[in-house]
Write a protein that binds this ligand. Structure first.
Ligand SMILES: Nc1ncnc2c1ncn2[C@@H]1O[C@H](COP(=O)(O)OP(=O)(O)OP(=O)(O)O)[C@@H](O)[C@H]1O
Ligand SMILES: [Mg+2]
Length: 434
């Protein structure tokens, strides 16, 4: 890297001039084609130490004077050289050289710069134009690297947002699966019980059918009729339909209740995961709250009591699945912050221009230096594997894309309150969020 960025690439080997060389000879040398590209030529001593630079312009000035060549032509070049030329070491990086040249270069540019080795011995000249070209190339390369880094960064940001979405989806699916398990379990039990309880009913029906057949049969003798009557009576006693009726009613009722609960959960799930086909869907945010609570219930129920105070809300245009994601994240955070068994209060109300939702917990709260950073991506105080620290930063972006705001107030040991405000009317087409 050092070699690549050193000034060696700019080095143009040009023979140095002896200080005693005459001005006329130097002027002639400057006219030769191999020296045409240079603004100046170096003057070096016997040990190859640079003494100065003779500029093409200085010589032109001299020769433009009346009798200039006659008066000055034979004098040594050392008399008209710049004795403090720009001298750069070949060890320098391109950036260092550029810095020094821009600091020391005089306008108009009438000279090149001298390049020396580590021992200070003259090696050749460098031109400002070459330096500019090298710098431009370097900047173009850097830009390309930066552009690529930006693309990579955007890609990984999109991937992270996606994985956070998947994580909340996973969390939601796990919650719902758990919620479905309870009613499913007792619906299954009830159906097994119903199966056992109703089995003797078929026996009863069969014995009563046999009795009816006997009664209808003119050839049936008394003995057969008596047996059929006894069998039917015994069966009736065994089944005790009047007692069974009550059990069956109860079991069917419970089973139906369980099925309704399952139906409710499935409907909630459908609501929650509603695709954003219409970003401007008119939504009652209380439905979002109920849906998020349903999904989070499993997560919260052992940690806190949930108190809902949902006011009447006008419908607002929003992407419901995104708002659900925000609410789920706030509720999950609140549950994770509880100490012992806490309380989570969720309120909604309408203001003149806004619809507001607050989620307040009685959890551990946050110190001011934590509060300052909670919306930063990847900021988490949770152990590795438990939190990615993306929940609130994504929530912030979602609410911002909806033209709303999300604010927080917190006190260590007392709890935290998040307040979301969404505009009643969307000012303009919502930005599509990632
Ligand atoms: N209700 C709250 N009470 C106390 N601290 C909170 C609360 N909500 C958020 N925080 C703090 O803010 C941090 C960032 O929250 P955020 O939801 O962005 O990420 P996370 O919960 O740590 O991880 P993830 O949401 O990705 O699982 C949390 O680690 C926590 O320190
Ligand atoms: Mg979180």
């Amino acid at each position: 890297m050092a070699a690549e960025s050193s000034l060696a690439r700019l080095l143009k080997p040009v023979a140095g001039l002896e200080p005693a060389m005459s001005i006329s000879d130097v002027a002639d040398r400057l006219l030769t084609s191999e020296h045409k590209t240079f603004l100046s030529l170096p003057v070096v001593d016997a040990e190859a130490r640079p003494l100065g630079l003779v500029s093409r312009y200085t010589l032109q000035d001299i020769f433009m004077q009346r009798f200039g060549r006659d008066l000055w032509g034979r004098r040594p070049v050392s008399e008209v050289m710049n004795g403090s030329p720009l001298v750069l070491s070949l060890e320098m990086s391109l950036e260092q050289a550029a810095k020094q040249i821009t600091a020391e270069l005089q306008y108009p540019i009438t000279e090149d710069f001298i390049l020396v080795d580590a021992g200070g011995r003259y090696q050749g000249l460098g031109t400002v134009l070459d330096l500019l070209k090298a710098m431009e190339l370097r900047i173009a390369q850097r830009n390309q690297v930066l552009r690529k880094a930006l693309v990579d960064l955007r890609e990984s940001q999109a991937q992270l947002v996606q994985s956070e979405k998947m994580a909340s989806l996973g969390q939601m699916v796990a919650g719902v699966a758990h919620e479905l398990n309870t009613p499913l379990g007792y619906v299954k039990n009830n159906v097994q019980l119903l199966d056992q309880l109703t089995a003797p009913l078929t026996e009863l029906a069969r014995s009563q059918a046999a009795l009816a057949d006997c009664l209808r049969d003119p050839d049936c003798d008394e003995q057969r009729l008596g047996d059929a009557l006894d069998a039917a009576a015994a069966m009736r006693e065994q089944v005790a339909p009047e007692l069974l009726a009550e059990d069956l009613r109860q079991l069917f009722g419970d089973t139906l209740y369980g099925l309704e609960q399952i139906g409710e959960l499935v409907a909630g799930l459908k609501d929650f995961a509603r695709l954003d086909r219409a970003m401007s869907e008119e939504v009652d945010l209380n439905d979002c709250i109920r849906s998020a609570l349903l999904i989070a219930r499993n997560h919260i129920k052992d940690k806190a009591e949930v108190v809902q105070q949902l006011g009447e809300l006008p419908r607002v245009a929003c992407a419901p699945s995104q708002i659900n994601q925000v609410l789920l994240n706030l509720l999950t955070n609140a549950a994770q912050a509880t100490v012992g068994f806490g309380r989570i209060q969720i309120k909604s109300w309408a203001e003149a221009d806004w619809v507001c939702i607050s989620v307040q917990d009685s959890g551990c709260g946050m110190a001011p230096d934590v509060v300052r950073r909670i919306f930063d991506p990847f900021f988490t105080t949770k152990p590795v594997g438990e939190g990615t620290g993306l929940g609130l930063s994504i929530s912030y972006k979602i609410i911002q894309d909806h033209g709303g705001s999300i604010r927080v107030a917190s006190e260590v040991g007392r709890g935290t309150r998040f307040l979301i405000r969404l505009p009643r009317v969307q000012a303009r087409e919502m930005k599509r969020s990632a």
